[in-house]
Structure formats: C-alpha cells, structure tokens
Design a protein around this ligand. Structure first.
Ligand SMILES: CC(C)(COP(=O)(O)OP(=O)(O)OC[C@H]1O[C@@H](n2cnc3c(N)ncnc32)[C@H](O)[C@@H]1OP(=O)(O)O)[C@@H](O)C(=O)NCCC(=O)NCCS
Length: 146
C-alpha cells in the first residue's frame, strides 16, 4: 500500500483536510463546525496522507515556543485504521519539528490514543482538560534527541 504524505495543495484538498479532521475528531460530540479549528491554523504545518488519491489521514504541528512543538488533529479515516498511516504521519510531523530545532513535542491524547503515542515514545505527563465534558485527555511528551 503506497502512502503519499504532503501538505494540502489546493482549495478542494484543504476542504477535504478540514472535513476529515472534523468528522473523525469532532462530529460525534458537537455539530458546530468552527470548534474544529484553532488559533494556530495559519502558521502550523499541516499534513495529509493519501492512498490511491483518497485522503486517509491528517495531522498538524505548531510551535508553542522556540523549543516546544505540539501535535494536534491526528486523525485517520476509520476504514484505514491500524495500517500504519497514523505512524507515518506522526513520524513526518516529528521530522518537521526536528528540522525546525524543537527540543520536545507535546500533545493532548484522548485515552483511546494513549497507547498509540506510547508506542511512538511519548510518555504521560499529566491529565489535561476534558473536552466536551466527556473525553478525558492526557498530556504526553517526547523529548527529541539532538
Ligand atoms: C490514533 C490514530 C491516529 C492512530 O492511527 P493509525 O493509523 O490507526 O495507527 P497505526 O496503524 O500507525 O498504529 C501504530 C501502532 O500504534 C498502536 N495503536 C494504534 N491505534 C491503537 C489503538 N486504538 N489502541 C492501541 N494501540 C494502538 C499499535 O501499537 C499500532 O501498531 P499495531 O497495529 O502493529 O499493533 C487513529 O486510530 C485515529 O485517528 N483515531 C481516532 C482519532 C483520535 O483518537 N486521534 C488522536 C487524538 S489525540
């Protein structure tokens, strides 16, 4: 299975990107489209994974400070889950963070994704905010080797 990883390249691709993010991460909990975006969209690194021309997954990286990058909006279409796509996206986001001299990556993982991030070297730091009053999130962190 060939996975193509790249930034969205056209307005329709941006629409697909935001749509997948929202469907996988938000739709079950809210009907408000706007909650799927945050204040970092314009200066974040946005990544999409394509399989035979179909969007299969997304991920995003932004910087909180010079040293600290944050991963958000990791989302893989359910029919493509557990096929290594999330791992490829996360690896590419980490590579981008390293290239831009980040010393660590942080993220807020929902409980169901903690094992995925643990498998990628992230450790639990703290329990973080509960989203939509129901999804418990865990602050996780990975220190990057220089
Ligand atoms: C979490 C998510 C991004 C993982 O993407 P994926 O493409 O399914 O993950 P991969 O196939 O690359 O998984 C790599 C490894 O991570 C671990 N892993 C992945 N999903 C897991 C899960 N739900 N439970 C336990 N381990 C998991 C496994 O070790 C897996 O390797 P294996 O399949 O050989 O056992 C994806 O399942 C998803 O979008 N989930 C819903 C949205 C979400 O929770 N996003 C994260 C928000 S914090």
């Amino acid at each position: 299975m060939e996975i193509e990883l790249r930034e969205p390249a056209s307005p329709p691709e941006w629409d697909l990107y935001y749509d997948l993010r929202w469907r996988v991460l938000r739709e079950r909990w809210t009907q408000v489209r706007e909650t799927g975006r945050d204040e970092h969209e314009s200066n974040a690194f946005h990544l999409t994974a394509w399989i035979e021309g179909k969007l299969a997954g997304t991920g995003r990286l932004h910087f909180n400070s010079r040293d600290e990058a944050q991963v958000r909006f990791m989302a893989v279409e359910e029919i493509y889950a557990r096929q290594g796509i999330g791992s490829r996206i996360l690896d590419a986001l980490e590579a981008h963070a390293r290239e831009h001299h980040a010393r660590r990556i942080v993220l807020n993982a929902r409980e169901s994704a903690v094992d995925f991030y643990r498998a990628h070297g992230y450790r639990l730091v703290d329990q973080s905010a509960t989203l939509f009053d129901s999804i418990v999130h865990w602050r996780m962190q990975k220190d990057l080797q220089r």
